[in-house]
Design a protein around this ligand. Structure first.
Ligand code: HPA
Ligand code: ZN
Length: 333
């Protein structure tokens, strides 16, 4: 077995956690096609191959357009259950033992789908994941940052009725021009209700958006955050406060944040002592689930097994698991 085969085997077999995964972004073309027929919802594609070949993006916005279109096929509780269950089967395959899942309720409630339909479908699949496979999970509700803060308050009201299922709130969608400060009142209200907070920041947007997420939105983690290296002071603060950055390498390539994986700054972030880990973001659109992200990135950046262990340990350390569960997984890596 050559050195890379042994790294690949290590990645496949080690227990892993995932902290940045949009459940709507795990909608594979096969299920999209099936649901479009089942629900009689038209999609602008004639075949599964045509869907796949449409997945060429030039930036975040060009992806979001297709991603929201794809979500239109999700109508019933069963659809949200099926979507989540398919992702759980990928977790089982990839040996992901804990996952923290984002969902975008506003992309469904805007189409007349009830909030309860969405959350109950997702939650039932996660209960089954725990009982059948022992996979643990949390749900994080994301606000769409291209919408007004007022509209987001409506969805926060729904979330408060499901506090038993939703651990925290996040911020996603079109980043540039929608700074975190736009949502300060909303995040204050969410924190008052007992939700933990995270936010996408510094994916395409400037380091300033990472500062605002920390100082105004009081986030526990930054999602993406790859632009942080442009600001030395920010890097110092991220290190000092041990703020996790949920990096998604294949996503960054597909959305042209970096031109190729060999030029991704993950290794530089690691070498700077930042608390980074690898995640899949929207795996059905970006060409791979967690193991593929880890394997491809390790190959492109020449990561050593020690680097990979740090990434995987960082993921457990940064999760919303209790200390006892964290330590028990950390001891297995
Ligand atoms: N960035 C912002 N919004 C998103 C993403 C992302 O990578 N994926 C799904 N919604
Ligand atoms: Zn994301």
């Amino acid at each position: 077995m050559n050195n890379f085969e042994s790294i690949e085997n290590f990645i496949k077999n080690v227990p892993k956690s995932e902290l940045h995964l949009h459940i709507e972004g795990s909608l594979e073309p096969e299920l999209m096609f099936k649901l479009s027929k089942r629900n009689k919802v038209e999609i602008p594609f004639k075949s599964i191959e045509e869907i796949r070949s449409a997945y060429n993006f030039s930036n975040l916005d060009s992806f979001l357009k297709i991603y929201y279109e794809g979500s239109n096929v999700l109508i019933t509780e069963q659809d949200f259950f099926d979507l989540t269950w398919e992702y759980i089967l990928k977790c089982k395959r990839d040996n992901i033992v804990h996952t923290e899942i984002f969902f975008d309720p506003q992309s469904h409630t805007e189409r007349g789908i009830e909030f309860d339909t969405v959350i109950n479908g997702i939650n039932k699949a996660l209960i089954k994941a725990k009982s059948e496979f022992g996979i643990t999970s949390e749900i994080i509700m994301c606000f769409l940052r291209h919408l007004d803060e007022e509209l987001c308050f409506e969805v926060l009201k729904h979330a408060t009725k499901h506090k038993d299922k939703i651990i925290g709130v996040g911020l996603d969608s079109s980043e540039k021009g929608n700074p975190p400060q736009k949502f300060k009142r909303l995040f204050d209200a969410a924190i008052k209700e007992g939700f933990l907070t995270v936010a996408h920041a510094g994916e395409e947007g400037p380091p300033e958006y990472i500062w605002e997420s920390i100082n105004l939105l009081k986030v526990k983690r930054i999602d993406h955050g790859v632009q942080c290296l442009k600001d030395k002071k920010l890097v110092e603060i991220l290190k000092e406060k041990n703020i996790p950055l949920t990096v998604c390498p294949l996503s960054n390539i597909k959305l042209c944040v970096f031109d190729k994986l060999e030029n991704h700054n993950l290794k530089e972030m690691l070498d700077n002592g930042l608390r980074v880990m690898v995640n899949s973001d929207d795996p059905a659109y970006f060409g791979g689930y967690l193991n593929t992200n880890l394997i491809e990135t390790s190959k492109a950046l020449n990561l050593r097994i020690e680097d990979i262990k740090v990434l995987i340990k960082n993921s457990f350390k940064s999760s919303f698991l209790d200390e006892k569960s964290k330590n028990s997984w950390l001891n297995k890596i």
